[in-house]
Design a protein around this ligand. Structure first.
Ligand code: 3HC
Length: 312
């Protein structure tokens, strides 16, 4: 599947330059897949360190993709390396959102904090081109509220990707009551053009996947907290008993415990009567200790790069 990252698809009509804002776990993957499909990408992060880490993650992923293409006999070494270099060359970087003024589509993938996102969209609304389409990759916040913050409600939609973006085929496409039909359709066309499978979902907490997945991760942590099974046994059980590629604690670490926490904090404060929305004590403890999972090398598991090696 990851060879998609070096394949060029037909770009969607009317879109040539795409801005991606926030070069974290999601944003760097969105930037990479968008550039791999032939679009020009403006990658923006106001944090210079995050920007350079994000670009390094793109380069590392492109190297993996190139090596795999050679290994699988899909390309010779020179072609695979040239493809990777071509994708990289389509990405320009900036620390300033003013660089987004030339973009036909801007995809926001910054921290999962409603007020920060609203402020970002208010600022973006002032610099984006008059016909630009604005999208959020939010996991859990109302697209309607973010669109209102931008002042561009009819050109606004949700495009929600999954981690790792290079490997996960799904994009949830979310419209609000104000999203213009052609903008919504372009969301599907763009997703397909970068090799993804789009699905439609209403503007509802967590859309389809996170509404089902995040409560499941929380239940895994509550089970750990009750002391009825170990980290390893919970994960092994769900992999071998339910056919999941990763058990819930590995997946929570993989997504980022801070991200899980941000999602659950947002939901518990907005929907205090929804019993599925709870913040398990072990999650609070790990986040308070700065143990955020894969990205910090330790969460419920100890990580070496992309691999969980032992329960923490
Ligand atoms: N770029 C390029 N290649 C990559 C890559 C990347 N970022 N990540 C993995 N690969 C490659 C590996 O190098 C490997 O290549 P190889 O076959 O040549 O060795 C190949 O892909 C397979 O990877 P792995 O051997 O590491 O392992 P898996 O086969 O287990 O696949 C996985 C990894 C796709 C991450 C799989 O474990 C999986 O599907 N996990 C569940 C992920 C999931 O549920 N994500 C959703 C999270 S929720 C979310 O994102 C929503 C958000 O809003 C919170």
């Amino acid at each position: 599947t990851c060879c998609r990252a070096i394949r060029t698809y037909a770009t969607a009509p009317g879109l040539s330059t795409v801005g991606v804002v926030g070069m974290g776990a999601m944003g760097h993957g969105i930037a990479q897949m968008t550039a791999a499909a032939g679009y020009k990408v403006v990658a923006v992060d106001i944090d210079a360190n995050m920007l350079s880490k994000g670009i390094k993650a793109v380069e590392d992923s492109l190297s993996k993709v190139a090596a795999k293409a050679v290994k699988d006999g899909k390309a010779d070494k020179a072609t695979a390396e040239k493809n990777a270099a071509d994708v990289r060359s389509r990405i320009t970087t900036s620390g300033d959102i003013g660089a987004l003024s030339s973009c036909d589509l801007v995809i926001e993938s910054i921290i999962e904090d409603l007020n920060i996102k609203k402020k970002f969209f208010a600022d973006l609304g002032k610099v984006a081109g008059a016909n630009a389409i604005l999208a959020s990759n939010t996991s859990s916040f109302p697209i309607t509220q973010l669109g209102e913050a931008s002042g561009r409600t009819s050109n606004f939609l949700g495009l929600h990707f999954f981690n790792p973006v290079q490997m996960m085929k799904l994009v949830e496409v979310i419209k609000t009551k104000d999203t213009k039909e052609d903008v919504y359709k372009l969301g599907f066309a763009f997703s397909k053009s970068i090799g993804k499978e789009p699905v439609a979902c209403g503007d509802t907490p967590g859309f389809i996947v996170n509404r089902l997945l995040v409560p499941f991760l929380a239940q895994g942590l509550l089970m750990l907290d009750r002391g009825v099974a170990s980290v390893q046994d919970i994960d092994v059980a769900m992999m071998y008993g339910a056919g999941m590629p990763m058990g819930p604690l590995t997946l929570a670490d993989y997504v980022g415990l801070d991200v899980c926490m941000h999602i659950l904090e947002g939901w518990t404060s907005q929907y205090p009567n929804e019993p599925a929305f709870v913040i398990p004590q072990p999650l609070k403890a790990k986040v308070a200790a700065g143990k955020l999972g894969r990205k910090t090398g330790e969460g419920f598991w100890k990580w070496e790069g992309d691999k969980p090696v032992a329960p923490a």
